[in-house]
Design a protein around this ligand. Sequence first.
Ligand SMILES: CCCCCCCCCCCCCC(=O)SCCNC(=O)CCNC(=O)[C@H](O)C(C)(C)COP(=O)(O)OP(=O)(O)OC[C@H]1O[C@@H](n2cnc3c(N)ncnc32)[C@H](O)[C@@H]1OP(=O)(O)O
Length: 201
Amino acid sequence: MTRTMDVPADLREASAELVAATRALMLAAATTTADADTVRAARATIAELAETLGVRPRSRVLRPPFDGPSRSRDTGGREPWALFTHNPMGIPLEIHFGADEARARLVANALHEGPPDSVHGGFSAHLLDCMLGTLMQARGSRSLTASLDLRYLRRTPLDEPLDLYSRIVETEGRKTVAEGWIECRGERTVEARGVFVRVEE
Ligand SMILES: CCCCCCCCCCCCCC(=O)SCCNC(=O)CCNC(=O)[C@H](O)C(C)(C)COP(=O)(O)OP(=O)(O)OC[C@H]1O[C@@H](n2cnc3c(N)ncnc32)[C@H](O)[C@@H]1OP(=O)(O)O
């Protein structure tokens, strides 16, 4: 495992910029209306880049420090925690923490489509697991998701601002129950309830 703190700040910054550009490339590749020659030329350029970047790869993506979310929480929500800065597969979120709750805003795009014009249910589960799990982390708890129950109330639209929330419900021994939801235009589209179990270091 390579932690972000183990690499120079300049490389961290360059990596985050590369990952953001890669996400933009993923969306452009998936939605392009360019002609076949342009698409093939782009593929060749991308293959070349993959070769350049793929020399001596790390076995894992750069891992941010465990206490990043709790340091963000200590700012009282002023400095959000940016999730998936170094992983283009994750949906990037900027999470604002309160003491026992968190919120984030996101506009999902064509890459996240499940039902027509709507967010894929698996991506909603991913987003809510992140909202709940990161809140646990922000409270300093090394916990894993033991269960995550979801209720899909209505479709979650693409290309519109979505508000994501999570909050702690109760803690008993090693177990914490947390809940979260996604809202669009003030209406809940998905609700989640998760059980998190504290594990050893
Ligand atoms: C080394 C790791 C460091 C972690 C750092 C985190 C960084 C963040 C990473 C980002 C993460 C992002 C998020 C992710 O992606 S998390 C990734 C997805 N989750 C996992 O991979 C977890 C896999 N499962 C496990 O590791 C174990 O099963 C766990 C740890 C969950 C419990 O196994 P363990 O053997 O330890 O527990 P226990 O059997 O002694 O039970 C203990 C208590 O828990 C209760 N219980 C158990 N299961 C369930 C359940 N399904 N529903 C309700 N309750 C359940 C059980 O009844 C008991 O309660 P009680 O009888 O005491 O009342």
